[in-house]
Write a protein that binds this ligand. Structure first.
Ligand code: NAP
Length: 325
């Protein structure tokens, strides 16, 4: 089964990516800007990294592909303070989405209300623990691939909000695949598009009414510089990224266009595509240069300071700078 074959499963398979520190040092010595270096490192292809791949048996992989179970979290209950900024995050069970929910929840005096969505709340142990600790975090079932759960989540959240809107809608849920142009499967590309582009679109459409009710009206589409059409011609990027990872890169390029469409359609929204940097998550892997905690702290500051003039309709990197589409 190709769908769901993400880097988590690469990790589960025991694929260990070994980055040569000397290569990174050499790139730094060439004077690469920190932010470009970070994103370069985020998705280095195998042949340049000289990854060492150590694979376990297929039995391990089979165990990882159990179908998701959709279950509403038992801890979901109405406990909303209407004065708090409201956030809806997709893909909050782990990685960047989880860290975002965690940091927002931990702000002293509970000044944020967070709808931390995930496709399988029943198994999102860390998120459920967080929601037990902080009363202003709500765990809601939402699989961006599945219309029914997206619609269901929108209804649940609208009910909890009781007339209030969503201030920050963060389209973060995603998976990746280290495929190669001449061996990649069209099915992978289709599934990737479904999650990254159609999935973000489903979420946008389902929650549009709630975003409109907000004064802030911020939509953040978490993308990657690997989705950049501009960078592919950059001599520094061309050789390294050139033909690699077609499914992921094309999906992120699609998400970038969706971002521009929303920005054109809603000039009163703050909507931007965001490249978070190479971070130590299941997707980023253990050799990533950025710590997710430190990065998300910066992300939150960027999101909160974003204005229509500065960010809307743009592709923003983790340092708050505009990057090439
Ligand atoms: N980490 C990096 O270095 C890096 C670099 C550039 C861009 N990004 C982007 O940053 C975002 C977050 O990445 P990450 O590193 O945090 O990845 P991650 O650790 O692999 O986490 C991905 C999250 O997305 C969820 N997800 C996957 N498919 C979903 C679906 N159909 N519906 C709902 N949730 C789904 C996963 O849920 P389950 O637990 O249910 O699988 C998980 O919570 C992604 O958009 C990614 O492309 C990451």
């Amino acid at each position: 089964m190709i769908r769901g074959y993400d880097t988590t499963q690469h990790a589960a398979r025991g694929i260990i990516l070994m980055t040569r520190k000397s290569e990174l040092a050499a790139a730094r010595a060439e004077g690469w800007q920190k932010e470009r270096l970070d994103d370069w490192q985020a998705h280095l292809p195998r042949k340049h990294l000289r990854h060492r791949l150590i694979q376990r048996s297929n039995a391990d992989v089979d165990q990882m592909t159990a179908p998701p179970v959709y279950k509403q979290s038992s801890i979901l209950e109405s406990r909303l303070d209407i004065d708090m900024p409201t956030w809806l995050i997709t893909g909050s069970s782990r990685g960047i989405g989880f860290e975002l929910a965690k940091q927002l929840a931990a702000v002293p005096n509970g000044t944020h209300t967070i709808f931390a969505t995930c496709r399988n709340p029943a198994s999102a142990t860390a998120l459920n623990d967080l929601a037990k600790e902080y009363k202003h975090i709500h765990v809601v079932a939402l699989d961006v691939d599945d219309d029914e759960t997206v619609q269901g989540a929108a209804k649940t959240v609208a009910g909890l909000l009781g007339g209030k809107g969503i201030d920050y809608l963060v389209n973060n849920a995603a998976w990746s695949e280290a495929d190669e142009l001449d061996t990649a499967k069209a099915d992978t590309m289709t599934a990737m598009y479904n999650t990254h582009v159609a999935g973000s679109f489903r979420v946008y459409r389902a929650f549009l009414g709630l975003v409109r009710l907000s004064e802030r009206k911020a939509i953040i589409n978490v993308s990657s510089e690997l989705g950049s059409l501009g960078d592919i011609d950059d001599p520094q990027f061309a050789e390294m990224f050139g033909a690699h990872f077609p499914s992921y890169c094309c999906a992120k390029a699609g998400l970038n266009m969706l971002t521009r469409k929303i920005a054109k359609g809603h000039p009163d929204f703050i909507v931007f595509a965001f490249a978070p940097g190479w971070l130590k998550t299941d997707m980023g892997g253990p050799n990533a240069t950025g710590e997710v905690g430190e990065a998300v702290e910066r992300h939150i500051k960027l999101y909160e300071s974003a204005t229509i003039e500065q960010f809307s309709g743009k592709f923003i990197n983790q340092w708050g700078k505009e990057t090439a589409w």
